[in-house]
Design a protein around this ligand. Structure first.
Ligand SMILES: Cc1cc2nc3c(=O)[nH]c(=O)nc-3n(C[C@H](O)[C@H](O)[C@H](O)COP(=O)(O)OP(=O)(O)OC[C@H]3O[C@@H](n4cnc5c(N)ncnc54)[C@H](O)[C@@H]3O)c2cc1C
Length: 477
């Protein structure tokens, strides 16, 4: 591959977004993807992607996904080809706060609400748009059926730290480039390949508990979905629910439970799932459509992060991690794609400043931007998870979760106030959609005072089924 500047490992949405961003900087980029099947866009791309596209490398490929406004904003600003492909394939335009406009306390749409607009679709449809855009981007070439199984190294740029200069594929082919980007996703093998090279390890953290998703996707009998939920994510004592709008009159419903909640494993059974959904008020009327999947289970959803600049020095040069390969989050908040797209854009910015050759400076600069942009979001979600698992553990044990962490109590108070105050709603939506930091969103004078009196305390609120009622519904009481 003469003239090769960058190799990206993984043709998921973030690998492809990274490739397109770097090609936009004038670099030649080859994306290597272990899954075999290519997917050609076309008039019926959405239907075919959903029906036919097999992606064993992405366990969540048919799990519900929403692309939130921050991710859509990155696409509009930086990768308009993807936006055009999404529009072409019939992606849904929606506004994240629109479901609350009808509530008397919220009082309808306001100027400025367009910041919560998004363009979303079922995951295979989303990914087909990225694939089509990448195929049409000069400087990007995607090789499927090409699994990376090893890393090549060259002369160290920092003593004692491996310098990665290329990859080895399963067929034994050796490919070299100035920069290797790991976009291998949540289960990327690249961390393990790097460990084989010696050198100090990255700083890695993995949450000890993970969530389990039990999801179904539906289509409206006459092509019309039910009205948009007032807010997509609702917590109960030990179950959370998510309502995700999709393209072509589809929508998905997820029940999210702790991996330590053995009594609710029964949710994998369709009849049990339906009975549980029937006692959750926010799902009323939403299970009436034509189901287009059974219950799709995904377990082991641990949040995880890897940092390769330790104490101010890169532990490796020539290799960077983006998207889920850098940090995987709890998917309840639907931010993985948006974080990954922001991360890919940051890498484009870092490379624009340093070029791909100065790998030490690039590693430092990319780490710095990552710490300023997406790392705080990951830390916030991880902290929320920590409390939520403790809250669920307490509920399983029949106790109430007590913490004196003011952050958890305030978050819950705000969450509970959002559908009764238009300003709190917009501030919450700004944070939930990754458009604002909490510090900025809640800085308006008097905003926090509005919720001071509610006390917060739990992630869930009444009226809602208790754990005992959910267990009775699933037949596990
Ligand atoms: C259940 C669930 C629900 C989610 N819901 C949402 C949501 O609603 N909204 C949202 O924004 N995010 C959501 N996410 C997160 C989202 O799926 C990820 O953030 C996103 O897929 C990350 O994209 P990626 O390109 O980094 O990785 P991936 O999409 O995982 O792609 C990685 C690619 O690398 C390839 N690969 C791996 N190893 C190799 C190798 N050795 N050689 C070559 N190729 C390799 C894989 O085959 C794959 O194609 C959800 C995640 C889960 C688990």
């Amino acid at each position: 591959m003469p003239g090769q500047d960058v190799i990206v490992i993984g043709a998921g949405p973030i690998g492809l977004a990274t490739a397109m961003s770097l090609a936009g900087e004038g670099l030649g980029v080859t994306v290597l993807e272990r899954d075999g099947e290519d997917f050609a866009a076309g008039p019926d791309a959405a239907a075919r992607a959903w029906r036919e596209w097999r992606r064993p490398g992405v366990s969540q490929f048919r799990q519900p996904h929403i692309l939130l406004p921050a991710g859509t904003a990155v696409l509009r600003a930086r990768l308009p080809r993807v936006t055009a492909e999404l529009e072409e394939s019939g992606a849904l335009r929606c506004n994240i706060v629109a479901g609350a406009w009808g509530l008397p306390e919220i009082g309808g749409r306001r100027p400025g609400d367009e910041r919560y607009d998004t363009l979303t679709a079922r995951r295979p449809v989303l990914e087909a748009a990225f694939a089509a855009a990448a195929a049409a981007t000069p400087g990007v070439s995607v090789r499927r059926n090409t699994e990376v199984t090893g890393l090549l190294t060259g002369t160290e740029r920092i003593t004692g730290r491996p310098h990665v200069t290329g990859v080895v594929t399963r067929d034994g082919e050796e490919l070299r480039a100035s920069l290797i980007v790991d976009a291998g996703g949540r289960n990327s093998p690249v961390g393990a390949l790097l460990a084989r090279l010696g050198g100090p390890p990255p700083v890695s953290e993995r949450a000890e508990a993970g969530f389990v998703y039990y999801a179904r996707t539906f289509r409206g009998a006459d092509g019309t979905p039910p009205a948009q939920a007032a807010w997509p994510l609702v917590h109960h004592e030990t179950v959370s629910t998510i309502v995700i709008p999709g393209d072509h009159g589809t929508w998905s419903l997820c029940l999210v439970v702790s991996g330590r909640d053995h009594a609710l494993k029964a949710l994998r059974d369709t009849a049990v799932w339906q009975r549980a959904a029937a006692v959750l008020p926010e799902l009323a009327g939403r299970t009436d459509g034509e189901p287009i999947t059974g219950v799709q289970v995904m377990a082991g959803l641990h949040s995880r992060i890897r940092r390769t600049v330790v104490e101010g020095r890169p532990v490796v040069t020539g290799l960077l991690h983006v998207g889920d390969a850098w940090a995987a989050t709890d998917p309840q908040f639907g931010l993985g794609l948006s974080m990954g797209l922001a991360h890919a854009a940051s890498l484009g910015d870092a490379v624009a400043k340093t070029g791909p050759q100065d790998t030490v400076e690039l590693a430092l600069r990319f780490d710095e931007i990552t710490e300023q942009t997406v790392a705080p979001v990951h830390r916030r979600l991880r902290e929320w998870d920590r409390h939520r698992f403790a809250e669920i553990d307490a509920a399983i044990a029949g106790r109430r979760y007590e913490t004196d962490d003011p952050g958890w109590n305030l978050t819950n108070a705000l969450d509970q106030a959002k559908l009764s105050d238009p300003d709190v709603l917009r501030a919450m939506a700004g944070v939930a959609c990754m458009l604002d930091t909490p510090e900025h969103a809640f800085a308006a004078p008097g905003l926090l005072d509005k919720v001071g009196a509610t006390g917060g305390g739990t992630a869930w609120s009444r009226p809602a089924p208790t754990r005992a009622e959910v267990l009775a519904a699933v037949g596990a009481a």
